[in-house]
Every structure is written in structure tokens, then in C-alpha cells.
Ligand binder design. Structure first.
Ligand code: SAM
Ligand code: SF4
Length: 323
């Protein structure tokens, strides 16, 4: 279905949990967030039913995210059920990778296509600092397992932050000379716990200039499912680079997505507080046709664009909406 601005909405990001096994400094406060009660969180069979409704309005691609999706019990079974639904063409996952080593192959066998793995630094002590205690070794074991399970292309999400990892931009680019990984540089957004943190925003323009001062960058064909990212390769590299400028670039005109929060709200835009409650009607026995009507309502509510560059912060954190 097209929204009011002629954008075809085909992509649903589902937050399967608001919980996380890490506490990244730009995403969550140390004490965590006030979690929804177990009852408030969508059950797996409810997620499946909502996706059945979503395909009725043209959703083809699903991304599972969170919080940390790999801590959700029976996630493999969810992927298996979703991948068998007619109309679902692709299921992907965004994870911090801590638990991926053991789950990569079962997820692939259940029908998962690809993974995005968050890794903001290549240095173990910095990783432990930014995630408040995560293990970079576990992430690397997860990356290897994802490559071996053919969950490709494996994309690494790197949030670039002044005062934290700006000196690693070239190291990440060098990594793509050796490894078949797609490194995606992401601008820090002024939401979640990023607001009062000690590190700051760097524009992708600056990231690009730093890269171009050292490497010859070649434009390559955009990877499948790359959404707003444009793809480049360091000459001679086996991996590639992408750039996601949520702040400096206005890719709202190409936005094709809706979000489903862990507590059952459809969110037309990540940066906008309007939500459509689907959990209450679902639990009251709404039919697939009626639920599809709620997806249509959410699509019609999509705004033309966000106003994030004006410094808009919001009531829910990224981990609660499903980043
Ligand atoms: N826990 C999983 C993970 O970390 O990959 C999935 C959820 S996490 C909210 C999804 C992505 O959002 C991660 O790549 C994370 O780095 C990114 N993210 C969180 N807060 C952000 C912020 N303030 N600005 C930019 N990206 C952010
Ligand atoms: Fe957890 Fe992901 Fe947020 Fe880090 S970015 S705290 S791993 S939800």
C-alpha cells in the first residue's frame, strides 16, 4: 500500500522485546529502562497473527529487533513460523551479537536471510566501556558464525561518535579489505540515552572526508535490503561500506517502513510519537481483515518527514520502539 506521499510501504520492523543484555551508553541508561510487564508484551503467536495482517497491506520484508531480539525465548520458532507465511519474502535481524554464535545456524535453518550486527569499536576495552560490560570476543564469534551460516551479507552497524570512535573510521574501512563484511556508518541520533552523553554527533560528510583522505572509494551496487544506505568499496576490498545519515540526509522521502513495538503499537515513524494500538483489538478477537485495517490506518498516518535536525527527543527510547 502507498501512503499519503506516494511511498510504498513494504517493510515492517518488529521489536520482539524491550529487554537487552547490554546497556550501550547512547541507547540505555545504566539501570535499564522501565520494562513493560510480561502481559504487555506481544506473545509470539500474536506477532505471527499481526504479520498475517501486515502482508494483506503489502508488507513483504520483516526485520526482528529490540531491545536485544536474541534474548527472546523461542525466537527460532518465531522465524520459522513467519518464514512459512505466504507473502513474507524476507526476514532479517538486528542484534548486538552477544548470543549469535549458538543461534546463527538454527536461525538460518528456520528461514532467516541476513543479520545486522552492532559493533561500534574494534577495541575490546572500548567495547566493554560503550556497552557497559559486553564481550567483543562474543560478537566476533557471532560474526564468524553468521558468515559460516551464510546469513549474508553480514552488515556491521557502527554508530560514529565524536570523542569515542572517530579515530577508528579508517580501521573499520581497513577491515573491509580483509573481511567480506559490509560496514555501515550511522549518525548518532539525539534520542534515547544519547542526549546527555559525553560523546557527540559527527556528520557522515566528515566520516566520508576522513575515509577519502586515505582510501580510494568506489561506488558499488547497493546491497539487498540496504534501505537508505548507499554502498561503496575501498579499492581492492572484499567487503563494502555504507552510510546512514538519519540527521544530515533526508531519506524520509524513500522511507518504506512501519514499526511494531514490543507492546503492540504500530509506529508510523521512528521519530514521531503517534502510535496505533493493535494489541487491544487483537486480544479482543479482531479478524485479520480488521487488523489489516489498522495497518492501513498506520500507513495513512506516516508523516512526510521527521524534524530530528531540530533536536527532537521523545518519550520512548530506541530500544523500546525497535531501532
Ligand atoms: N540490540 C540490537 C542491536 O544493538 O543491534 C537491536 C536494537 S538496537 C536499538 C538497533 C540499532 O540502533 C543498533 O545498531 C544501535 O547501535 C542503534 N542505536 C541505538 N541508539 C541509537 C542512537 N541514539 N543513535 C543512532 N543509533 C542508535
Ligand atoms: Fe541493547 Fe542494542 Fe540498545 Fe545496545 S543498542 S543497549 S545492544 S538495544
Amino acid at each position: 500500500m502507498e501512503d499519503a506521499f506516494g511511498r510504498r510501504i513494504t517493510y515492517l520492523r518488529i521489536s520482539v522485546t524491550d529487554r537487552c543484555n547490554l546497556r550501550c551508553r547512547y541507547c540505555m541508561p545504566e539501570e535499564g529502562v522501565r520494562l513493560k510487564s510480561h502481559e504487555d508484551i506481544l506473545r509470539l503467536e500474536e506477532i505471527v497473527r499481526l504479520v498475517q495482517a501486515a502482508v494483506q497491506v503489502g508488507i513483504k520484508k520483516i526485520r526482528l529487533t529490540g531491545g536485544e531480539p536474541l534474548i527472546r525465548k523461542n525466537l527460532v520458532s518465531l522465524v520459522r513460523q513467519l518464514s512459512s507465511l505466504p507473502g513474507v519474502e524476507e526476514i532479517c535481524l538486528t542484534t548486538n551479537g552477544q548470543l549469535l554464535e549458538r543461534l546463527a545456524l538454527p536461525l538460518k535453518e528456520a528461514g532467516l536471510k541476513r543479520v545486522n550486527i552492532s559493533l561500534d569499536t574494534l577495541q575490546p576495552d572500548r567495547y566493554s566501556f560503550i556497552t557497559r560490560g559486553g564481550s567483543i570476543e562474543a560478537v566476533w564469534r557471532g560474526i564468524r558464525a553468521a558468515l559460516e551460516a551464510d546469513l549474508v551479507p553480514v552488515k556491521l552497524n557502527v554508530v560514529v561518535m565524536r570523542g569515542f570512535n572517530e579515530d577508528e573510521i579508517l580501521d573499520f574501512a581497513s577491515l573491509t579489505l580483509r573481511e567480506p563484511l559490509h560496514v555501515r556508518f550511522i549518525e548518532l541520533m539525539p534520542i534515547g540515552a544519547a542526549d546527555g552523553a559525553d560523546f557527540g554527533y559527527i556528520s557522515l560528510q566528515e566520516v566520508w572526508e576522513r575515509l577519502a583522505s586515505k582510501f580510494k572509494l568506489e561506488r558499488v551496487q547497493d546491497l539487498p535490503g540496504n534501505g537508505p544506505a548507499r554502498s561503496f568499496r575501498v579499492a581492492g576490498g572484499v567487503g563494502s561500506l555504507g552510510f546512514i545519515g538519519a540527521i544530515s540526509e533526508h531519506f524520509c522521502n524513500r522511507c518504506n517502513r512501519l514499526r511494531l513495538t514490543a507492546d503492540g503499537k504500530l509506529r508510523p515513524c521512528l521519530y514521531w510519537q503517534v502510535e496505533v494500538d493493535v494489541k487491544t483489538p487483537l486480544r479482543a478477537g479482531a479478524s485479520i481483515v480488521e487488523l489489516a485495517g489498522l495497518f492501513r490506518q498506520a500507513i495513512r498516518l506516516k508523516p512526510r518527514g521527521h524534524r530530528l535536525e531540530a533536536g527532537w527527543s521523545q518519550e520512548r527510547l530506541m530500544c523500546q520502539i525497535g531501532g
